[in-house]
Design a protein around this ligand. Structure first.
Ligand SMILES: [Zn+2]
Length: 114
């Protein structure tokens, strides 16, 4: 299961950071591209399974899926690709190239304060 290995990586990063901050992590924000298919529910499940009994147990995961971006060959602009339309949002040209999908990133960890 893809989500399980992602959860394990996240967990390793978060607990290392928690040890450094000497604080309890409460929330983690993740972002990924739409081709990097992550099922939010499966990831949350996998994460809660492996974090049980650790300092990461009560973390809430927030996952943001970033849209695919394209570069228009006609007007040269970058835009968010809507695959149902498949056209540049600026000049309506269908002549564009897809830019690289956003990687999976751990954007932010929130720690308990006080
Ligand atoms: Zn265009």
């Amino acid at each position: 299961m893809h989500e399980m290995s992602v959860a394990q990586n996240l967990m390793a990063t978060i607990s290392a950071e928690a040890a450094k901050q000497k604080s309890k992590p409460i929330k983690a924000k993740i972002s990924c591209g739409i081709l990097n298919v992550i099922n939010d529910e499966l990831l949350a499940e996998a994460f809660s399974a492996i974090s049980k009994g650790t300092s990461c147990e009560s973390i809430r995961l927030e996952i943001e899926h970033k849209p695919m971006r394209g570069l228009c060959k006609k007007c040269g602009r970058e835009f968010e690709v809507d695959f149902s339309k498949g056209r540049c949002t600026c000049c309506d040209s269908a002549d564009f190239e897809l830019l690289e999908d956003a990687p999976l990133i751990l954007e932010e960890i929130e720690f308990e304060t006080g």
